[in-house]
Design a protein around this ligand. Structure first.
Ligand code: FES
Ligand code: FES
Length: 154
């Protein structure tokens, strides 16, 4: 066990955890943040994605010891109800979610991508989202929403 300080959505938290404890478990179990989801636990579906210093990472396979001292952003910290991130707005406008389980991963991955790429092509968006899984098959609506958000951010 060791003591770690992590900054999540702008607030500092101190947690006692095994160095190998996945960041996802700390976020969900210690900090009660429900947006990053456990899907595969093997870095293969993206449901657990958060930002670490602005980059999309899979929190199920990132140990707390690697996250400590960095800025972590979850979907909750991406925007507010009054001032949503363009992706959150676009997802609502396109009525994307079905069960909603995967949506955290798609939005957090797309948000990190759109921070680095203005006016992406459809092919670039698809490439950036490779490896994410949606069991409800909302892929077409997801791509529409990301494109809509990208256009609004251009
Ligand atoms: S739960 Fe982390 S990638 Fe699937
Ligand atoms: S909306 Fe259900 S898994 Fe994607």
């Amino acid at each position: 066990m060791a003591r770690y300080t992590i900054r999540v959505d702008g607030s500092s938290h101190t947690v006692d955890a095994d160095p190998e404890m996945p960041l996802l478990y700390v976020l969900r179990d210690d900090l009660q943040l429900s947006n990053p989801h456990f899907g595969c636990g093997l870095s293969q579906c993206g449901a657990c994605t958060v930002h670490l210093d602005g980059k999309a990472i899979r929190s199920c396979s990132t140990p707390i010891s690697q996250a400590a001292g960095h800025d972590i952003t979850t979907l909750k910290g991406l925007g507010t109800e009054a001032n949503p991130h363009p992706l959150q707005k676009a997802y609502l406008e396109e009525q994307v979610p079905q069960c909603g389980y995967c949506i955290n991963g798609w939005i957090m991955t797309a948000a990190a991508f759109l921070n680095t790429k203005k006016k992406p092509t459809d092919a670039e968006i698809k490439q950036a989202l490779t490896g994410l899984k949606c069991r409800c098959g909302t892929h077409t609506a997801i791509l529409r929403a990301v494109k809509r958000a990208a256009d609004s951010m251009a």
